[in-house]
Design a protein around this ligand. Sequence first.
Ligand SMILES: Nc1ncnc2c1ncn2[C@@H]1O[C@H](COP(=O)(O)OP(=O)(O)OP(=O)(O)O)[C@@H](O)[C@H]1O
Ligand SMILES: [Mg+2]
Length: 225
Amino acid sequence: MKSALLKVENLSKTYTPGELVWGNVGFDLAKGDFLYILGGSGAGKSSLLRILASFENPSQGRVLCHGVDLQDSSRTDLERVRKRVAYIPQNLGLIRDLTIHDHIEMTQSMVPSGDRLDLASLQGYLKLMNLEDKWNKKVGVLSGGERQRVAILRALCRKTDLIIADEPTGAQDFEMTWKLMDLFVKLNLTGTTMLLATHDLEMVRRLRKRCAILKDGTFKVEDRV
Ligand SMILES: Nc1ncnc2c1ncn2[C@@H]1O[C@H](COP(=O)(O)OP(=O)(O)OP(=O)(O)O)[C@@H](O)[C@H]1O
Ligand SMILES: [Mg+2]
């Protein structure tokens, strides 16, 4: 049996007392798994992903990543786990006045050189994402789709073993969506675990993977949708 890289136990989230966003969320992800998180707008995909990426606390339950309890661990352990997780937030979290180069340099400076993506692969990703000519442009002047690709590039510019992506292709055209999905699949095939939130059922039908559905506050893992 594969050991769990991410273990989610009986999570629930409430922002306003008496208003449960979702409850009873539990599942395991092992190395090399791929799981979609599906659900309509407001179903709670982003709040779940923020919690799994350790940027928000659940109201109940616990999340273990590499055996580290995200809500109850030392700062050092949490930082160690965060270095092994790539999170692509829905709001991207970029800094408008910094260039693509600045974002990549800043991210890579936080990890040992052995954990940085090699230059050839980085250049390959820049080309694939049509960002080669924008390397020294400030993020604030880029298009919405370009900005989203910068957030993806930033997540991929260091070696990680879990990618948590919140609607990572929501602002992309058809061709770019599939280039990026191909890239995620390739990374997954080489052992990177993928957790991808979307409400794009067409994507799920084209690229069949295990699905978890958030609906009316409940969470259910299904093999098919
Ligand atoms: N910080 C917050 N404070 C209060 N309520 C919040 C907060 N964040 C999210 N919510 C509420 O939780 C619910 C789920 O929001 P969430 O952003 O997780 O949904 P989503 O499934 O990601 O939606 P979308 O597909 O539109 O991105 C919404 O009703 C939202 O208003
Ligand atoms: Mg969302």
